[in-house]
Design a protein around this ligand. Sequence first.
Ligand code: 0GZ
Length: 304
Amino acid sequence: MSFQKTAGWLDWYAGPAKPTFIVPPGSVDAHCHVFGPGAEFPFAPERKYTPCDASKQQLFALRDQLGFARNVIVQATCHGADNRAMADACRASEGKARGIATVRRSVSDDELQALHDAGVRGVRFNFVKRLVDFTPKDELLEIAGRIAKLGWHVVIYFEAQDLPELWDFFTALPTTIVVDHMGRPDVTKPIDGPEFELFVKFMREHPNVWSKVSCPERLSVAGPPALNGEQAAYRDVVPFARRIVETFPDRVLWGTDWPHPNLKDHMPDDGLLVDFIPHIATTPELQKKLLVTNPMRLYWPEEV
Ligand SMILES: O=C(O)c1cc(C(=O)O)oc(=O)c1
C-alpha cells in the first residue's frame, strides 16, 4: 500500500552529527519509534497522521551513529493497536531492543505472549487528544491488570493540564508507570509553579512513577533548535528536565523520540539532541543512571 504523508510533514533528519558528548558504554535510547515502512506494515485506518517511513534498519543505523547500544521502541499511534512493525523491529534487533505495545481489551493471552517473546515489556496508554480517540478507563484498567501478570509496565502520555483529572486513574494502576516526555510541561510557566509542582508531587508520592526526560524539541518555545552545531539547544527546557533528573535520579530515562512525529517547526539533528544530555544530567554518575542503569533495570532486568 502506498500512503500520502500528512500535509506539512517534516521527515527525520538525515545525516545527523556525531555527538560531541560521548554517552557511557551500554547506553539505551529508551524512546523511539519505527514508522512502517507503509508498504510492508500499513499504517492504521484510525490514525490521526500519516508519517514518512522510518524503518528498523534506519533506527539501528541511528543507534550506532549516536553511540548507543540499545533501543526501546514505543508503538507509534499511526500504527494503532497493530504492533507488527514495532515487534518486527524488536525481533530483528537480536536482543538489543525492547518494545512498548498498544493493545485493546480484545487482545488474547497468546497474542500478549507472542509480544513478550518479541521483546515487549509494556503497554502505552495515550491521553493526548490530537493523537488518539478516547479509550474507556475500565478497559485500560483491565489491560493493566492483565499485563501486570507478565511483569510489564504502563507508559502514559498526557499533557500537563490534564494531570489533575487523570491523577486518580494513574495512581490506581498496579504496575510501574513511565511518563512520556515529563508529562509535557508548559515551559513558559514557572518551574516552581503549581503545574510542574503537581508533576513533581506525582513522582514524589508515587515511587512506582518514572519519567522520560525527553523531547526538549517538542517542549521548547524559545529554542534555539538543535541544528547547525548548536551546543546549547532548547535552553528553556533545561531547568525542568534537570530538576526531574536531580530529584529522581533512579527513575529517569532518556530517548531521542526519533523519528519525531508531528513536529511543525523544525526537525532536530539527533546528534545535537545527544549533546543536550549533559545539560540535564550534569555528572557522570547521573548520566550513567539516566542512560544505562535505569533503562537496564526496567527493560533488561535479567542482565543486571
Ligand atoms: O507528540 C507527538 O506527536 C507524539 C506522537 C507519538 C505517536 O504518535 O506515537 O509519540 C510521541 O512520543 C509523541
